[in-house]
Design a protein around this ligand. Structure first.
Ligand code: GCU
Length: 716
């Protein structure tokens, strides 16, 4: 490059702006300077950082705190190995100089990963103590303190004793070894086939680990559940080990999805039968090989006998036979098997019943290091489903919830949909498995049914995009999931508020509007896509955009093309009550009766459980058809409101992220209208009823809509 005046100008004047460009890459760990009064308040209270102990994790905690304090207040913390007034103390609880500040019971209660965050008297003043039984606890406590500083909270009288609700808090990456991501909408995989140089990749992994540690996520599955057998070759085990080495100091373990046929595909064994001696030996050896390189390897995630994946049933064996064989291989090393209950064949009479039917007969027959991983709903990550009836029913085998953060059925990374309300809805659903108050949360977090380890997982929405998740607001779903996995009792609006403050600004006018948008967003999506318990109205192959007319491949012939919504001239909805598929029987009383009866079934699940005539009188007094119209229109109105609210915030935050979100919200409204018109115009061909007069006319024409061919290339 020739050095001329032009480049000198760019260097001197433009560089600062390039450096400051807000591209979302820093997630919620931005550490931007706080308003002066808040910053000076913290400076008056905090002066030094005392680190009592030494480890890589403690260094990470200390570096993070220093970086945060400097960014937030403009002032560096002095470091010391002793503490005094105005110190932050990071210490293992076993250190004698802090042991007077807590009781043995308190220590016991925080366990292996929790922490105490407490203001303690020192000299004539005070200090902030973060103490834990492990380095990991200190790291989590440090991030909690950073969060308090970032969100402008008072820190002069701190008193927090925290421990996580779930033992294993995982992300599942559906990443293929060729670098593509199944149902990924934020670019290609950060784990596989990443051509950037080692330093860039390493930094990405460090930032990934920091982000996860900051919200308490402690495990990650690096490859797709539709697993390639290749992950078990030496080459890939070494690659897993390399990643594990980077993530380890952040208390983040790696896990692997495995393919049940691996012994046959990789080493030519005659069978993958889980009771065959050679097969058992093969898996034991593999487990030993893995633990030889990754001593803290977490375990296996398995999708078996579902959507064409191999599994024990191929050999006349059961899920329990398959899971227990793998569990035995991992057991000596302390690993777990997460065996998925997502089993599915569209030719079944009611797909919603299948997981329960296949798994309940084996409750109690799984080894103690097997956890059954169950999607939150009985079918497949729809904008709204009832909770899976396996929760509460499986009482002898630990069940874990699997959520989906990647928005496979919620508008990809184009739609703003804050998913924490959907997760909360699931956590708080009462299964009645052991009488009242047997919530899904309690049946999975170990408080109602004893389990060696409780666990939770979510399918990640992370890719190579600079902003990690494709949509700036999709970051909130990663954030909130981690926080809820730590404590499912946290309030949703509080979570949204803290994320907004950390990610954007502390300005109240911004926070209020944006939290409001977030809190309404999931229901808006439900309304313009699948209101009143409808589901699977999307195009079958890509899962984006409405195609209620599309045929489900492999579905029973008499149901085509309306396998799920069953719209016809006599009405709409899937009868899963006692007059239909009897899926309601899989729920405990009084839920079973509540769902069975169309009068008591909640409106939001009505068409999930019932097939009703178009002129059915709803609780609101409207006919079913009118109610459906109102929901679709309300969904679109919400997206317009989101646009207005966002536009009114112009100038408050950086132009880059403002424009990014503005653009996405525009797409969301356009697509919401597409959904509304496609679904209503199609259903109208059966209902033959008019769209109520006070609603605007559909913008599209059904024949035109049917011709839209979705192009996936823009979305990965
Ligand atoms: C959905 C999704 C698949 C995925 C599957 C699963 O069906 O569309 O891509 O593999 O869920 O959870 O296994």
């Amino acid at each position: 490059m020739k050095f001329n005046k032009y480049y000198l100008f760019c260097y001197l004047f433009c560089l600062p702006f390039w450096v400051m460009a807000e591209d979302g890459s820093e997630l919620w760990l931005r550490y931007e300077k706080l308003p002066e009064n808040v910053a000076s308040n913290y400076q008056n209270q905090i002066e030094t950082l005392a680190i009592l102990g030494q480890s890589q994790t403690l260094n990470i905690a200390s570096d993070e705190l220093q970086q945060a304090f400097l960014g937030l207040t403009g002032c560096s913390l002095k470091t010391d190995s002793k503490f005094g007034e105005r110190s932050i103390i990071l210490s293992l609880a076993s250190n004698k100089s802090v042991s007077q500040f807590f009781t043995k019971d308190e220590l016991r209660s925080v366990g292996d990963e929790g922490y105490l965050l407490r203001t303690i008297p020192v000299g004539k003043g005070s200090a902030i103590l973060i103490a834990a039984n492990t380095d990991a606890g200190i790291l989590y406590g440090t991030f909690e303190l950073i969060r308090l500083l970032q969100t402008g909270q008072p820190v002069y009288a701190l008193e927090k004793i925290e421990s996580p609700k779930y033992d294993l808090r995982l992300l599942n990456h559906w990443d293929n070894l060729d670098g593509t991501v199944e149902r990924g909408y934020a670019g290609h995989s950060i784990w596989w086939n990443y051509p950037k140089n080692d330093e860039v990749v390493l930094q990405r992994y460090v930032d990934y680990a920091r982000a996860n540690a900051s919200v308490g996520i402690n495990g990650t599955v690096l490859n797709n559940v539709n697993a390639s057998p290749q992950v078990l070759t030496d080459e890939y085990i070494r690659k897993f080990a390399k990643v594990a080495d980077v993530l380890r100091p952040y208390h983040l373990k790696v896990y692997m999805s495995v393919n049940f046929s691996s012994p046959v595909v990789l080493d030519g064994l005659a069978t993958a039968d889980p009771l065959n001696e050679e097969v058992i030996k093969w898996w034991k050896q593999k487990a030993d090989d893995i633990y030889g390189l990754i001593p803290d390897f977490g375990g296996f995630l398995v999708k078996a006998n579902s959507e064409g994946q191999p599994g024990p049933q191929d050999f006349g064996r059961t899920h329990a036979d398959g899971a227990n064989m793998l569990a035995a291989a991992l057991k000596p090393h302390g690993g777990v098997v997460m065996w998925r209950a997502f089993v599915y064949s569209p030719s079944d009479t009611d797909r919603a019943k299948q997981a329960y039917n296949e798994f309940m007969p084996f409750d109690g027959q799984f080894a103690d290091n097997v956890i059954i991983q169950v999607k939150n709903g009985p079918v497949d990550f729809q904008p709204r489903e009832p909770f899976s009836p396996l929760f509460g029913a499986m009482q002898q085998t630990p069940a874990m919830i699997e959520f989906q953060l990647t928005q496979e059925y919620l508008g990809f990374s184009n739609h703003l949909a804050y998913l924490a309300p959907m997760q909360k809805e699931c956590f708080e659903s009462d299964t009645w498995g052991k009488g009242k108050e047997s919530t899904v949360a309690k049946t999975t977090d170990g408080s109602l049914f004893a389990s060696e380890k409780s666990a939770i997982a979510a399918v990640a929405n992370i890719g190579r995009d600079t902003n990690w998740c494709g949509h700036q607001f999709a970051q909130a779903n990663w954030y909130a999931y981690g926080r809820l996995a730590w404590n499912h009792e946290l309030a949703l609006d509080e979570l949204a508020r803290e994320w907004v403050r950390m990610t954007f600004t502390l300005k109240p006018e911004f926070e209020q509007s944006v939290v409001d948008i977030m809190m309404r967003s999931r229901e808006a999506v439900v309304n313009y896509m699948t209101p009143l318990g409808l589901h699977h109205l999307m195009g079958w192959s890509h899962h984006h955009g409405p195609e209620p007319w599309c045929e489900v491949p492999g579905a029973r012939e008499d149901w085509l093309p309306s396998y799920f919504h069953k719209a016809s001239e006599d009405g709409i909805g899937f009868d899963r009550s006692e007059t239909g598929s009897k899926a309601t029987e899989q729920y405990f009383s009084p839920l079973k009766e509540l769902y069975n009866n169309k009068q008591t079934c909640p409106d939001e699940l009505l068409l999930w459980f019932h097939h009703l005539p178009w002129d059915y009188r709803m609780k609101s007094g409207k006919t079913l058809w009118e109610e459906l119209c109102y929901h679709y229109y309300a969904g679109v109105e919400e997206t317009r409101l989101f646009q207005q609210k966002w536009d009114a915030l112009d100038g408050i935050i950086d132009t880059e992220r403002f424009a990014h979100v503005q653009q996405k919200l525009k797409i969301q409204t356009t697509e919401a209208i597409w959904w509304r018109d496609a679904c209503l115009l199609y259903f109208q061909t059966f209902s033959k009823m008019p769209i109520p007069l006070e609603l605007e006319r559909p913008i599209h024409d059904l024949d035109e809509l049917k011709k839209i061919k979705f192009d996936m290339t823009h979305h990965n």
